[in-house]
Write a protein that binds this ligand. Structure first.
Ligand SMILES: Cc1cc2nc3c(=O)[nH]c(=O)nc-3n(C[C@H](O)[C@H](O)[C@H](O)COP(=O)(O)O)c2cc1C
Length: 209
């Protein structure tokens, strides 16, 4: 109950805050985890993976809407981009990986990142992006927040979903990073084409000014 009150207070506080994008001062970094970049492509008869869509649905997407959001953020802020890559990549088919992704969360599995985590010592603002998996963060993202220290930094969380929003993400952040300042969050529907996703996300970015 206490947690729920804390999240509601956080959400109402965020609604009243106007955040300038970090291009105006201080160093910022965009960090994200995208399924399409963390799948096992062995045996797939394709030259490249351009779409992360896991199922049919409204909105034809040429590429993951998360990557569209990352590109827009990079253009707006000029920030460096740090994609998270795991060594234990997921299966490329939803039916095969969905159960495992849930078990990973239930068992608090510890993934190995393919690269060292970024040095955050001189970073003031972090834009963090992921999809919503099983109502919250994918386990590799949980691992990132378990291992990194974001104390005193500003965090803006953006995600894509097929119905759930960031409620559980915020709850998890409050637990894992109690000293981070979550200044804004948004979650947009994955079930739209890249163009309308870009439009929706741009609207959110504009609202931060
Ligand atoms: C393992 C797994 C679990 C998911 N769980 C949820 C969920 O709980 N809530 C939700 O809104 N979307 C869920 N999704 C959908 C993802 O958010 C969606 O795949 C992502 O936003 C990318 O969209 P796309 O696959 O349509 O490109 C899940 C996807 C995967 C792969």
């Amino acid at each position: 109950m206490k947690k729920m009150i804390a999240i509601l207070l956080l959400l109402s506080l965020m609604a009243s805050i106007s955040v300038g994008l970090a291009e105006e001062g201080g160093k910022s970094l965009i960090i994200y985890f995208d399924y399409s970049e963390n799948i096992n492509t062995e045996g797939l008869d394709v030259d490249a993976i351009s779409s992360a869509s896991i199922a049919e649905g409204p909105g034809i997407r040429d590429r993951s809407n998360l990557l569209v959001m990352v590109d827009l953020l990079r253009e707006r802020t000029g920030a460096d981009v740090y994609p998270l890559h795991i060594q234990e990549v997921y299966a490329s088919w939803f039916d095969e990986m969905a159960g495992k992704a849930l078990e990973d969360k239930e068992n608090d599995v510890q993934f190995t990142f393919a690269e060292d985590l970024p040095d955050l010592s001189d970073v003031d603002t972090i834009y963090f992006g992921s999809a919503i998996w099983w109502y919250g963060m994918p386990q590799p993202v949980i691992n990132f927040f378990q291992r990194a220290d974001l104390s005193g930094k500003q965090l803006l969380y953006f995600s894509i979903n097929r119905g759930s929003r960031n409620y559980e993400v915020l709850e998890m952040l409050a637990e894992l990073q109690p000293n981070v300042n979550v200044v804004a969050e948004t979650s947009i529907s994955a079930m739209q084409d890249n163009e309308s996703a870009a439009e929706e996300f741009t609207g959110w970015l504009d609202s931060l000014r």
